[in-house]
Ligand binder design. Structure first.
Ligand code: NAI
Length: 396
């Protein structure tokens, strides 16, 4: 695949539109299809506005913006995907819809064409199994906003041919992206490894270890994260974040490491979804500014206040444990896991590098302390962490 390969995008929503911009910017003729014609029209209008802004800011010359927009073609029918070398699907997150779509698509495409899904939480293998040629189906998981975030998780299903995986890694590099390869397991890399950022922070809140602004401030000012966990949940939407947590937890057959929080469940039930509904963990005014108010909801009484350093240490060590366990289970390589968390969710540094800096024995000690205190499997240290401490190894 090269820039002469036409690219098809199915689903002209948030992700499909962003991916179309990326593909067209990389020089591909890009066909955009949606069952709702108005979605394609809206996407094209939004893309035109985006390009106008980039021109106004001096980031893209007018001629180039025109060329990029000229390469994005609305496709009225799915049959217009026939000449594409790669089709990326970004329709609703519904396994039945995606499987049906892949069956329909397969019949229309050239034999050498590759079919990719942008799913965040479904099994790539299960989607591929709907096709007669699952070897050409894989996951290409972009992050929102796709034109700005460089990470793309490349996920081969059980039947995916290695040459298609490799061709997609190459193509993503040519698009200026940072591709990482990961196994087809729940949450892939980012949505798996990042879970404790929310889950452990919610736990600290629930137990009265600190209030919401204190935890957010600690994670930003001491931890160096760009956004605090509660601000971030409000931005993502508590409904979306809760759904991802639930899906990962259920997909891991209810591993307590990923157990959702009642606090977040209640917010969703109250429709306190975050910024988009004006209220979530915080309350927002009409301009989107946080309105200070007394803490409400299910936060615990502050009986055991924690210092910011203790909060950050606990959350970061839980994140590190996830990253180490992902290496242990061969989900991805050390470098790809560190790259994923820095390029996909802007972590201040790779978690495995961070583990070395904190010292693996200190990470293990914190997990063992938590496990002894709670008696919960949630805090079990990864076997790889134990082994590395025993043998005196570091990640880098
Ligand atoms: P969206 O709701 O903004 O857009 C989905 C579009 O697909 C809609 O325009 C809808 O009309 C269209 N559609 C539905 N069924 C279709 C079909 N059978 N054929 C053609 N078009 C169809 O959704 P969004 O947020 O863009 O998500 C799309 C996919 O990307 C989902 O699988 C989601 O899990 C995944 N994803 C979403 C991210 C996000 O932050 N929004 C991030 C990464 C992945």
């Amino acid at each position: 695949m090269d820039r002469n390969t036409p690219i098809g995008i199915i689903g002209a929503g948030t992700m499909g539109m962003g991916i179309a911009q990326v593909a067209a910017t990389a020089g591909h003729t890009t066909y955009l299809y949606d069952t709702r014609q108005e979605a394609v029209e809206k996407a094209l209008a939004t893309l035109a506005k985006t390009m106008a802004t980039l021109v106004a800011k001096g980031k893209v010359p007018q001629a180039e913006a025109d060329a990029i927009l000229g390469r994005i073609r609305p496709a009225a029918l799915m049959k217009e995907m026939a000449g594409c070398g790669l089709v990326i699907e970004a329709v609703v997150e519904d396994i039945a819809v995606k499987r049906k779509l892949f069956q329909d698509l397969e019949a229309k495409l050239a034999p050498g064409a590759v079919l990719a899904t942008n799913t965040s939480s479904l099994s790539v293998t299960e989607i591929g199994a709907a096709c007669t040629r699952p070897e050409r189906v894989l996951g290409l998981h972009f992050f929102n906003p796709a034109p700005l975030l460089p990470l793309v998780e490349v996920i081969p299903g059980l039947a995916t041919a290695p040459e298609h995986r490799d061709a997609c890694v190459e193509l993503m590099r040519a698009w200026g992206k940072s591709p990482v390869v990961c196994k087809d397991t729940p949450g892939f890399i980012v949505n798996r490894v990042a879970r404790p950022y929310y889950g452990e922070s919610l736990r600290i809140l629930e137990e009265g270890g600190a209030d919401i602004p204190t935890i957010d401030r600690a994670m930003k000012e001491v931890g160096g994260f760009r956004m605090g966990p509660f601000e971030l949940m409000d931005l993502i939407g508590n409904d979306v974040n809760y759904m991802v947590t639930r899906t990962v937890w259920e997909s891991f057959f209810y591993d307590p490491r990923y157990k959702p929080s009642f606090i977040q469940q209640r917010l969703v039930q109250a429709r306190w979804l975050g910024r988009k509904s004006g209220r979530g963990h915080y309350r927002y005014d009409a301009n989107g500014a946080i309105v200070p108010e007394a803490p409400v909801g299910l936060a615990g009484a502050p009986h055991s206040p924690k210092a910011p350093e203790a909060i950050v240490h606990r959350v970061v060590v839980m994140l590190i444990n996830e990253a180490v366990d992902a290496v242990h289970l061969g989900i991805a390589t050390r470098d790809d896991i560190d790259l994923a968390m820095t390029k996909g969710v802007n972590y201040p540094k790779g978690l495995l590098r961070w583990a070395d800096e904190l010292g693996l024995p200190a990470c293990l000690a914190e997990l063992e302390r938590l496990q002894a205190e709670y008696g919960e499997d949630r805090y079990r240290p990864s076997p790889l962490l134990r082994r590395m401490v025993r043998e005196g190894h570091t990640f880098y």
